[in-house]
Design a protein around this ligand. Structure first.
Ligand code: DO4
Ligand code: MG
Length: 307
């Protein structure tokens, strides 16, 4: 034990915390069938605003922390039911973009799947290049929310989910919030030829976001844990986890490149790449349930379907 000279009586202080002193450290925005809900440490409130206008601001956290006083409150029971059955993806008119090969595991998996095509070298190079891989993933109508189905393609034989921390970046290029993303991918199509990437990545219901937009007071910690679990007929067939600090790049580096020559009037979403890829013998099947958890944000659960 340290502090205080020998024999000296140590003075102790008790800090009394009133409920109003409690610092709000994070807000969560849910898009539901009854409107936008804001959850903070005092409850859940209805925010009667347009999604794009609400989220696209310079200090989203500051704005949200002033909202709750005059807003209608939602009871925990009603909120619980809405979370189970009535959530939309937390998105308005924003485009969804994605970064690739930001973790070593993604680079290695891609190099393996493309070795026959001779495309492996591109993944190797982009992992160490200054310029990151960024690609267009989805328009909002192709994005599903929590507890909705994501698709695998009929013409693909090898399919995986990609669990990714996803950024909400405002129109000024500033990261204002985070959500969980599933960048559904066809490994057989991308592996055949890297030029097929748009077909491997973009198709109906190929992206999931949710369950909420998480708006913390400070940038998300690099120690944040991202985990995935895949269940088939109720049995876990794959699980893995990784910390955000294993990502090769800074989050602001990715957003900076994306905004270099693109404007996003309502901001945009950016999936930041996967650090977890199941082994080569694994492919998703219809009915599999994919649950992705990111510390602080929650869990995004989707069932695999096919058109
Ligand atoms: O290079 C292709 C896509 C990579 C990707 O989606 C990822 O690393 O997450
Ligand atoms: Mg990805």
């Amino acid at each position: 034990m340290s502090g205080g000279k020998k024999g000296q009586k140590l003075q102790t202080y008790t800090i009394r915390r009133e409920p109003s002193d409690c610092k709000l450290t994070a807000m969560k925005l849910y898009k539901t069938t009854i409107g936008i809900l804001l959850q903070n440490n005092t409850g859940v409130y209805i925010i009667p605003e347009d999604w794009d206008i609400l989220v696209n601001r310079k200090d989203l956290y500051g704005y949200l922390s002033k909202q709750t006083k005059n807003n209608q409150k939602v009871t925990p029971d009603v909120f619980g039911e809405l979370l189970k059955h009535d959530l939309f993806a937390p998105i308005g008119t924003q485009e969804v973009w994605a970064a690739g090969v930001t973790y070593l595991r993604s680079r290695d998996a891609r190099m393996e799947e493309s070795k026959e095509s001779g495309g492996a070298t591109f993944y190797d190079k982009v992992y160490i290049a200054d310029r990151p891989e960024l690609f267009f993933k989805a328009l909002p109508q192709r994005v599903v929310g929590d507890h909705q189905e994501v698709n695998i393609r009929r013409d693909s034989t090898w399919n995986v989910p990609e669990p990714e921390l996803t950024l909400y970046i405002n129109s000024f290029g500033e990261i204002q919030g985070y959500t969980i993303g599933n960048d559904m991918s066809s490994r057989s199509i991308e592996g055949e030829n890297p030029l097929y990437l748009p077909q491997a990545k973009s198709y109906e219901r190929s992206a999931a976001l949710g369950p909420c937009l998480y708006v913390p007071q400070h940038p998300i910690s690099r120690d944040t844990l991202i985990s995935i679990s895949i269940k088939r007929f109720g049995e876990e067939v794959f699980k893995d986890s990784i910390q955000l600090n294993r990502m090769k790049r800074e989050l602001t580096e990715l957003s900076g490149y994306l905004y270099r020559e693109l404007d996003f009037p309502a901001g945009c979403y950016l999936m930041t790449g996967t650090g977890m890829v199941p082994g080569n013998d694994f492919t998703l099947k219809v009915g599999d349930v994919v649950a992705i958890t990111i510390e602080g944000i929650g869990t995004l659960t989707n069932t695999i379907a096919m058109r």
